[in-house]
Design a binder for this molecule. Structure first.
Ligand code: 6PG
Length: 230
């Protein structure tokens, strides 16, 4: 049984192609209406192939900006950096002409960066926000039991939260739900049976914020398109 707004694909290859083309349409729509496009993408392993495929498409990339929904607090050269993953996916492809706006601020703590607000160039409403999810039901870096989670999942409030995830290694900076929902299109991309089960469970009635994904599925501010493959 699918979550409302969920499309299932036969395999990861067809999901990659479909989501890349869906993002391209959102970019073209933004360019036609405003002459520019700004998309937020997640970190982790899921978005890489999608971004590589998207970056191959013939779009006016110099008018496109990519931001991140969250960042591990490491330099962009670090193997764990989401910004590094994004830049690598674009490199050597037409999409390399797009602007990348990172969240990491050298010399600042995640708390200082959160207090400073979104970096210049990341101005909501975004044209598309793509999210991933963990098997623990987190999205962005809004992890279960993270300090400050209830405020970060409220429908309003500050756009950024410094997170010291109880489970994931190292501090992070995450956009809050309120900031992630300030977008013209919202996608959640997940693969694997474990995440499908978590999606299903989080779509049923249950305690708020447990898992954090429930707040994303429950909100009615921005329609959520879920894309899943085995
Ligand atoms: C991150 C991501 C995070 C990711 C999920 C899923 O910084 O890790 O933003 O929210 O989307 O953990 O990661 P995978 O795609 O690797 O399963």
């Amino acid at each position: 049984m699918a979550v409302p707004g969920q499309r299932n694909f036969a395999d990861r290859g067809t999901l990659t192609e479909a989501v890349a083309r869906e993002l391209a349409v959102l970019i073209e729509r933004a360019l036609a209406r405003r002459g520019r496009a700004c998309l937020l993408v997640p970190g982790g392993s899921t978005p890489g192939p999608i971004l590589e495929r998207l970056a191959m498409l013939p779009l006016p990339w110099s008018r496109v900006s990519f931001g991140l929904g969250d960042e591990r607090w490491v330099a962009p050269e670090h193997a764990d950096s989401n910004e590094r993953m994004l830049r690598k996916a674009l490199a050597g492809r037409p999409g390399a002409a797009a602007r990348v706006i990172g969240l990491y601020r050298p010399g600042q703590t995640p708390e200082q960066a959160a207090a400073a607000g979104l970096p210049p160039g990341l101005a909501p409403p975004f044209d598309a926000v793509m999210l991933g999810m963990g098997a623990d039901g987190h999205f962005a870096s809004l992890f279960p039991q993270a300090p400050g989670l209830p405020a970060a999942l409220a429908g309003d409030g500050a756009p950024l939260l410094a997170v010291l995830p109880p489970a994931a290694p190292g501090p992070r900076l995450s956009l809050t739900l309120a900031a992630l929902l300030d977008t013209r299109a919202l996608l959640l991309v997940a693969t694997g049976s474990d995440k499908r089960a978590v999606l299903q469970q989080a779509s049923l009635p249950g305690p708020d914020h447990t898992p954090p994904l429930r707040a994303l599925l429950r909100q009615r501010r921005t329609p959520l398109a879920v894309r899943w493959a085995p």
